[in-house]
Design a protein. Structure first.
Length: 506
C-alpha cells in the first residue's frame, strides 16, 4: 500500500480532500485536509435531480484545485467517491466523463448503504464503541448503521438531507410542522431493529452541534472526536436552533459557515434521535473519508484493527519514539507494580491498560529534547491521542506522562480537567506507579524485579544492583502514608572493593 493515500468525497453540500500518511502497517495520520462548499446539488431537487450549472461549476473548480494538491504531495493512490447528489442525478454520467477526461479523476458513485457502511467502519475502528447507531446527515441523504457487539449488523439510507429539506421547505417558506411530518414519514421506513441508547453523530451537522454544546457548558477539553453528551440536558438547546432565525444563530454558538443548513440538519437529527429512542450522543470526528481509507487499509483484516492494535498509539510511536527501545522489561515492571498496589486503592482493569499505554509512549517527549521531556510528551499526547479512547482516557494517559518524580501529578492540569479525570487518589497512585516503573526500568540493566509489602513499605526486590535508582527513589513522591525500600544487595555487592581501597581487607 502506498505511503500517501488520498480520499476525495463529493457530497451534496461539500467536496473534501484528505491525504493520509502511513507510518507503518497500522499507523497513519492526516497531513492534508481541504474543503469547498460546492453545493453540487443546489437547485437539483427542484429540477428532477438534474445537476445545475452553478453547482457543476463549483464542483469542477474544487476538483481541479484538488488535483494540484495531489501532484504537490506526490500521492500515488486516490479514492474518489460521490454520494447522494450525484447518484440521484440523471445527468451524472456526463459530469463523471468530463471530470475523468479533463482532470484524470475516476469518480466512484456509491449508494447510500455503502456510504453508511463506510461511516460505520470509521466509527467502529476509531471510537470506543461496541453498540450504537451511527447517524450521518448529509445534504441529500441520512445514512445509518446499526452496530451490535462490535459488528456492523445493518445499514440504511433515507432520502432525507439538509439541502433537500432546505429547498423543499425552508426556501419556499413552508412551516416547521410540514417539515417535521416529512421527516417522520421517512423515518417510519426504518427497520424496527434501529433502536439504541447511543447515537453516534457523523458529519458536519453533528460536529457543529457538539461544538455548541461544548461551548455553552464550558467543557474543558477542546476536542470534538469522542465528545459525548446526554440528550436530555441539551434537547432544549437543539430545539432552539431549529426554531431560531438566522440572525440569532451566533447566540447559539453556531459559526457563520453553518448558517445555511444547520437548522434543517438539527431538525433531522432531533427527529432521528427521537425515533431511535436515544439517550446519549457520541460525536465522531471521522466518517466516510476515513471509512474509505480504512476499508482499503484493513481489507485483509476483516475491516477491523487486530486485537491490541490502536492506530493512535502506533502512529505516535512511529513518529515520535525515535529511540525504538525494547519495551518488554518496562511493561513487565509496570504490570508487577500495578498488581502489588491494587489492594491499596480502588483499582480497575482500565487503570492497568491506561498505565500500560502511558508507559508505551513514555519516550516520545525525547524527540524534541530531553529537557522538560515530560511536558513535551504531555502536549504530543493531548494533540495526537485520538482514536479508540474516551476523553477521560486520553487526558488520564497524558497527565500520567506529565508526571515527575518530585510530584505525584501536575496540580494546575488536574484542576483544569478535573471533571473528566478519575478521582485524585487514583491519579496519585497511577502517577506513582508510572514514575517508579520508569526509574526502575532506566536503571535495571534487565534485572528481575519483584514487589512486596512490609506494613506500609513497598519493598522492591532486584537480583542485580541498582545503584543509580537509590537516589531517585529517595526523592520520589509517594501516596500518603507509603514509603519505598529498594532491596538490591548493592552494599553487599561492593563490600570487597570498599575494603580493598580502604586497606581493611583481611
Amino acid at each position: 500500500m502506498p505511503k500517501r493515500i488520498a480520499v476525495i468525497d463529493i457530497g451534496s453540500n461539500s467536496a473534501r480532500l484528505v491525504i493520509f500518511q502511513r507510518t507503518s502497517r497500522y499507523g497513519f495520520h492526516l497531513i492534508v485536509q481541504q474543503k469547498s462548499r460546492v453545493r453540487i446539488g443546489e437547485g437539483a431537487y427542484e429540477a428532477g435531480g438534474y445537476l445545475q450549472p452553478v453547482g457543476i461549476r463549483r464542483a469542477f473548480g474544487a476538483l481541479h484545485s484538488f488535483t494540484h494538491t495531489l501532484r504537490e504531495y506526490k500521492v500515488r493512490k486516490v479514492h474518489c467517491v460521490a454520494t447522494s447528489a450525484l447518484r440521484d442525478a440523471p445527468n451524472r454520467e456526463a459530469f463523471l466523463r468530463v471530470v475523468r477526461q479533463r482532470l484524470g479523476l475516476q469518480i466512484r458513485v456509491i449508494d447510500g448503504l455503502r456510504e453508511a457502511r463506510y461511516g460505520a467502519v470509521a466509527a467502529l475502528n476509531l471510537l470506543p464503541i461496541r453498540e450504537g447507531v451511527t447517524v450521518d446527515i448529509g445534504g441529500g441523504s441520512t445514512d445509518m448503521a446499526l452496530i451490535r457487539e462490535g459488528r456492523i449488523v445493518e445499514t440504511v439510507s433515507l432520502d432525507l438531507g439538509t439541502v433537500r429539506l432546505k429547498e423543499l421547505f425552508t426556501d419556499p417558506g413552508r412551516s416547521l410542522k410540514e417539515a417535521r411530518a416529512y421527516i417522520r414519514q421517512r423515518l417510519e421506513t426504518l427497520p424496527e431493529s434501529f433502536r439504541s441508547r447511543l447515537a453516534v453523530g457523523i458529519g458536519g451537522t453533528a460536529r457543529a452541534l457538539a461544538r455548541g454544546v461544548m461551548l455553552r457548558s464550558d467543557y474543558p477539553f477542546d476536542k470534538i472526536h469522542a465528545f459525548g453528551y446526554p440528550l436530555k440536558e441539551h434537547k432544549a438547546y437543539l430545539k432552539a436552533i431549529v426554531e431560531a432565525p438566522i440572525e440569532r444563530l451566533p447566540e447559539l454558538y453556531i459559526k457563520k459557515n453553518r448558517f445555511d443548513t444547520i437548522r434543517e440538519g438539527t431538525h433531522i437529527f432531533l427527529e432521528v434521535l427521537r425515533h431511535l429512542e436515544a439517550k446519549e450522543v457520541l460525536t465522531s470526528g471521522v466518517g466516510v473519508r476515513e471509512g474509505v481509507f480504512l476499508h482499503d487499509l484493513l481489507r485483509r483484516d476483516g475491516l477491523r484493527f487486530p486485537p491490541g492494535i490502536n492506530p493512535s498509539l502506533r502512529s505516535i510511536k512511529d513518529r515520535f519514539d525515535l529511540l525504538k527501545l525494547p519495551e518488554g522489561n518496562k511493561q513487565c515492571i509496570g504490570r508487577k507494580l500495578f498488581e502489588a498496589i491494587t489492594d491499596r486503592y480502588p483499582s480497575t482493569p482500565e487503570h492497568r491498560r491506561l498505565l500500560a499505554d502511558a508507559l508505551s509512549l513514555s519516550n516520545i517527549g525525547k524527540m524534541l529534547t530531553i529537557y522538560k521531556e515530560h511536558q513535551h510528551a504531555f502536549y504530543i499526547a493531548m494533540q495526537e491521542l485520538n482514536f479508540g479512547f474516551t476523553h477521560s482516557q486520553m487526558l488520564t494517559i497524558a497527565l500520567l506522562m506529565r508526571s515527575k518524580g518530585d510530584s505525584l501529578y501536575y496540580k494546575p492540569l488536574y484542576r483544569r480537567y478535573k471533571p473528566l479525570l478519575p478521582a485524585k487518589e487514583v491519579i496519585k497512585w497511577l502517577s506513582f506507579a508510572y514514575t517508579l516503573t520508569l526509574i526502575l526500568h532506566e536503571n535495571s540493566s534487565k534485572a528481575t524485579i519483584n514487589f512486596s509489602w512490609k506494613g506500609d513499605t513497598l519493598q522492591i526486590h532486584s537480583d542485580r544492583p541498582l545503584y543509580l535508582a537509590h537516589e531517585e527513589i529517595a526523592n520520589l513522591q509517594t501516596p500518603k502514608g507509603i514509603s519505598v525500600e529498594l532491596l538490591d544487595g548493592w552494599e553487599a555487592s561492593c563490600s570487597g572493593e570498599i575494603d580493598e581501597v580502604t586497606g581493611q581487607q583481611e
